[in-house]
Design a protein around this ligand. Structure first.
Ligand SMILES: [Zn+2]
Length: 146
């Protein structure tokens, strides 16, 4: 994997409808080398580090699982009076603590495969734990209980 170059996203494996709207940074040895990283939709800022096809696939699966967790009102990450950005921030703060990472390091675009597997295990345990939703000190209550 050498320095990267910018390409329109029209070649990657495992494309989802969202990914088709995104541009991608690829290795200068593309297509012989498969290392790549998606850019922010409509922009060029890379959303993480360059990775091979398998790692990008596993990152995507872990990200989907995390979305399923924090977007479910019953899990307690979405509170009355919180925007979706704040809800997501709370969820990733929780995950970073569980992962033993700094908040700034807790992004799927930066994870290796082992970290993705660990995150998925943590998220699944939370989803199937039957434990009460994560609570915030103060008056705000989970939307499911509001
Ligand atoms: Zn390469």
């Amino acid at each position: 994997m050498k320095a990267r170059k910018f390409l329109q996203n029209r070649w990657l494996n495992q494309k989802t409808p969202e990914e088709k709207k995104q541009n991608v940074w690829v290795c200068v040895n593309h297509p012989e080398c498969e290392h790549a990283v998606f850019a922010i939709p409509g922009g060029t800022m890379p959303l993480g580090t360059m990775a091979d096809n398998r790692t990008r696939f596993v990152r995507h699966q872990a990200h989907l699982l995390m979305n399923a967790l924090w977007k479910n009102p019953g899990e307690g990450f979405q509170l009355v009076g919180y925007s979706w950005r704040e809800s997501r921030k709370r969820a990733y703060l929780w995950l970073s603590t569980e992962m033993g990472l700094a908040e700034a390091e807790c992004h799927f675009g930066m994870f290796n495969e082992a970290q993705c597997v660990k995150a998925m295990s943590i998220i699944q345990k939370k989803i199937f734990s039957g434990q009460p939703p994560i609570q915030e000190p103060g008056h705000k209550k989970p939307i499911a209980e509001a």
